[in-house]
Design a protein around this ligand. Sequence first.
Ligand code: GLV
Ligand code: MN
Ligand code: MN
Ligand code: MN
Length: 399
Amino acid sequence: MFRELWDEIAPIGRDPRTGGYLRLAWTEPERELREWFAAQAARRGMPVTDDGNGNLFAWLGDPADGGAVLTGSHFDSVPQGGGYDGPLGIVSAFLAVDTLLARDARPRRPIGVVAFAEEEGGRFGVPCLGSRLLTGALDPDRAAALVDRDGVTLAAALGARPAGADPDLLGKIGAFVELHVEQGRALAEVDAPVGVASAIWPHGRWRLDFTGEGNHAGTTLMADRRDPMLTYAFTVLAANKEARLRGAHATMGRVEVTPNATNAVPSLVRGWLDARAADAATLDALLGGVTAKARDRAGRDGTAVSVTQESLTPVVEFDNALRGRLGAAVAARTGLRVPVLPTGAGHDAGVLSGHLPTAMLFVRNPTGVSHSPAETAGDDDCVAGVEALAAALGELACD
Ligand code: GLV
Ligand code: MN
Ligand code: MN
Ligand code: MN
């Protein structure tokens, strides 16, 4: 059952040369996945609604009754991402609904399956864009004006200005449970197929613009150069060092160079810093350390650096009571031991957790690799994930 449904979406957006995925929000592959979502909903007689922010919902029962139990994740990927990050939560959601119904469970609350838009921020730069809009954490006018790398605005991609906060819809959701492939090795190390999340590290994204003087590579004396590439390179090393010192994570995985020519000293290097830490004070100190070192180095290189925050997600502590209840229900139904683990990855569940009781289930990732074509999960573990999610939905929504 799992493999059959999984194989329906596995080819969509897959690069045959690398096995990696490119499923940016509102591009062709992601639209195809949305059509697949609608077809799955129709197959199960679940009406589909859209919140005007690009988030899709399929309903079993009438959400107007309130107290709905929502489950799902996102379709979009990072460039050359894995196939499981996101879609596993949506495929598992439909299969968990099937499992419940096959057992003649009688839902006493509506159950919703959701596909959130632009979770990765891979196209417009703001992660969890759909859930931030829905919860009011992101201003719809600011979002409408965001541009992708080709200069297309979010409003154009969505076909309208986003609708923004929907307190009415949020008020009808009693709980959200997101199933996700684990993005580390914690479950593999304790030999458990499924775990529950305790917390998400605070994290954010900053754009660093290093400006200098574009000039000729052959004729400009080394002493005369104002080369922003040097300041950038130093900053990459400084970020790594600052993170290691603090037991935190810093990544500079994206860079744009102007004019990007072999024989020209660049005039501008734009680099993005992704920084994460176990607590807000450490994250602040990490950012402070990196920017101070970048500015100091810019002074020595005759360049300038400006820092723009693109997103910031505070620490998330998932609802303790819900986590305990789900862990117990999953263990009772499946006989599995269900470890509890924190994560450094961001999720729509983290955004929703500020508004309603929220929990996450993780499915073992044997290598821990994610945001890479090498991301994987075993079929047996994915089936265990569906069982666990069905147990969770049964606990929250059924008699
Ligand atoms: C999304 O997966 C993130 O944590 O960057
Ligand atoms: Mn991801
Ligand atoms: Mn994800
Ligand atoms: Mn994520």
